[in-house]
Design a protein around this ligand. Sequence first.
Ligand code: PEP
Ligand code: MG
Length: 571
Amino acid sequence: MTELRGIGASKGIQIGKAFVLQSPNLSVKEYKVNNIDDELVRFEKSINQAVNDLEKIKSHVEKEIGEEHAKIFSAHLLVLQDPELLNTVKDKIKFEQMNAEKALQDSANQFITIFESMDNEYMKERAADIRDVSKRVISYLLGEPLVTTSDITDEVILIAHDLLPSDTAQLNRNYAKGIITDIGGRTSHSAIMSRSMGIPSVVGTTNATETIKAGTTVIIDGQNGTVIVEPSEEEIKYFKGKMEKEQEREEQLKQLINQPSVSSDGHQIELAANIGSPKDLNTVLENDAEGVGLFRTEFLYMDRDRLPTEEEQFEAYKEVLSTLDGKPVVIRTLDVGGDKDLPYLNLPEELNPFLGFRAIRLCLERDDIFRVQLRALLRASVYGNLKVMFPMVATLEEFREAKKILLEEKANLLAEEMAVNDDIEVGIMVEIPSTAVLADQFAKEVDFFSIGTNDLIQYTLAADRMNENVSHLYQPYHPAVLRLIKQVIDAAHAENKWTGMCGEMAGDEVAIPILLGLGLDEFSMSASTILEARHQIRNLNYEEIGRSIEDILNKRTNIEVESYIKEHFIK
Ligand code: PEP
Ligand code: MG
């Protein structure tokens, strides 16, 4: 037995066989070949292997995930039949005696450069297809076959260095019983995705992909952040017992479906869900969310290799709004940059990405991208109760500029005789201390606030949310953070506006009593924690906590606050 420790990112226990997702080393060297015919045969063979692979993946994805997602593989298969590309490679082998992998890499790059320079979305997509496909063929030529999440056809515990959005797009959620990664923290995107999919996960283990061999039995405990490799019979028995208890607890919590989220003395709040894609809607419905408090739209941009079109976005927003059937849906405009890269935008490398060109800063600069999203949102607004939210707002000018562009696009759509809901609230995320401090001024202009504590904590304590070396300084209950939160809620209430929270803190057992006492109106969290939060809130007394708030805010340290809450408000 080996035990690995990481960060519990999504609760739940699972026992299963490990599936290790490893990126092979695909660096290509050039050499002269002596036998040209043999090299041509080697090339043909790798093409056939790639075709076989892609056909298998395509039919698997079609069956398990949906035809829409399988289209990309049809496009990839077409690349493998393209005579122009294939002949260019063969000519290099024949006339330059170049080895097949180098010949393919050079030829692919030639085509990619031409297609990417064209001002045509379709050709740009072809460039991305060629890049993907040539990688697959090269992997065969080098004898390092690619493993992707679409190769998973059985129930497994998935082990990966990190999980990219493209990996999750191809993942069958019924097969991945648990996720373990080498890197990341509680608020890294693989953690957020596993929570929204309701799959137990442990992130930041440092060396899971090195330590765990494919096929070995693994126990994952997403609550405690532990991973047990090759457990003994006794350990398996112990964890099975724990799993049964968890299941019983889940069954009990189901009784709270359709019950109000109200404290024992009658103070009502809203419990909403955070989602990253329409695929998360099932968990939202199953857990009886009262709305969507954060739709992280960047995942629509990250699980592909080009910008999503207005139509694609419109369809996604429409699906979420209509499924929620009139319940509030807060959709956040694009938040990339920081740890969320969009390689196809070729954003400049930055020394401090979290303080750099991200989110609303990027959207205001690249308003061509921003306007497409706003049009899609406005068009979808007639299908439900849409609220638009801008991320990473640091100044009032940014909010005003973003809102101005939104209103311009609304006017454009109306001029095109398109229907737009007339009643869309426009709010901001409060994630930057300057905005929290100036909340009284912002509250006069915005319709609502949603506090993004994942970022607000890192900026307040200057402790990078991804950096394990400073994770002890990433303190959610630090009185400075709590005071900022109070200031934001009070400022909104003074202007009759509402405040939500969509950072992880909103679903945290220790934070919930404090946030309730501070008067937070909406708590938005991963759907799988909603019923647990409802249970907790129904057993808390709002008035009683209200009387303790001053004491709590006068504590001096994170740990003092935590101990106080545990002692007084957690049974
Ligand atoms: C936050 O910062 O709290 C937040 C919800 O946004 P993200 O985690 O996507 O940065
Ligand atoms: Mg944020």
